[in-house]
Design a protein around this ligand. Sequence first.
Ligand code: GDP
Ligand code: MG
Length: 404
Amino acid sequence: MIDITPKQETAILIGLINQLQNEKKSQEYLDELEFLALTAGAVVKKKFYQQLEIPNPTTFIGSGKLSEIDTYIKMEEIDLIIFDDELSAVQLRNIEKRLEIKVLDRTNLILDIFAGRAKTAHAKTQVELAQYQYMLPRLTGMWTHLGRQRGGIGMRGPGESQIETDRRIILDKISRLKKQLLKIDKQKNIQRNNRGKLVRVALVGYTNVGKSTLMNLLAKSKIFAENKLFATLDTTVRKVVVGNLPFLLSDTVGFIRKLPHTLIESFKSTLDEVREADLLLHIIDCSHPEFEEQLNTVNQTLNEINAADKPIIYIFNKIDNFSYVEKEEGDLSPKEKENYSLEELENSWMGKKNTPSIFISAKRKTNIEELKELLYTKIRKIHITRFPYNDFLYPDEPIIKDKE
Ligand code: GDP
Ligand code: MG
């Protein structure tokens, strides 16, 4: 039998070390980038780091590092190289020319994953728009790449006019996609209005923290959840009843570090679900060593889409996977964050008045009843402002005891 499975592409990753990202941080970024590459279907063979305060404007990294990489990729027959930071058109072109290899950056990779996972017309249109928007300022690099294959002599004239033509085609596509999205948005708005006055709750959080798993648990539904980044791209909305209280719960796309602003713009209508929610459930994977930074990334993105001032509950998930390093007796050096026990972590967050917090495991179903009680209390408060005379829609069903 002929094996028709395509060969898995091999990749190397490249990250910078500088004042903004020290060695440890840079390693964490590249670990995440490796996870992204894996999700896209590539195997990472090696990670390269370069200490550099300001990236080289023409080649991003220095010439010594380029040579080192060149030797490695030729020897190991690597298919593509992925940069953790965004490359300019010039950098992209120069690196491609120097190494004769496919070059991607983080944004590119994320877009590729999105493209592979978008199911509905809505998601597909948004991804396509983001891809063209990403492409537009980089046309020069891409055209030169094509031009080189065509021989190169006398490229300048025809090349430039070709870029102009390509630019116009792409601008055209962008405006067509925007119109298409507006149309879909209108339909979505109608759908949303038809949902009536029910309280709307949105799950938000970094990618892979367990949003879909929790949605499945609360809504008793079956949404695709797996240990990959961006397993879900489309928003799902389900009616959920806790106690006697009905509300709408939506599962949204996860946030991630270093997402360029234009990308967030392209996914605006997906994020409408978040923007229009009455209550946000911010899921945090507290077993992740970087959970605090992830939490901040999500809060920053919420800020960018003007959703940061909504009522919010922090749900710390994956407590079953939480681990810490206990300090030896007599060790009086200050505690690092990896020395905090779950109990200490809980105490530090539960004490914060403004944002209610709860610690759960969606997988092991730990503390889910407590979570439901918390949800009930919060949602009921909003619910009774909408339905002042019809507080209990299902009077015969048992009510979860309101703790207040
Ligand atoms: P999403 O990207 O936020 O929607 O995350 P998913 O719901 O797809 O879950 C990502 C991964 O985390 C999956 O492999 C889940 O099985 C896993 N997961 C979800 N909740 C828990 C939990 O409470 N504990 C552990 N250990 N894993 C979990
Ligand atoms: Mg999900």
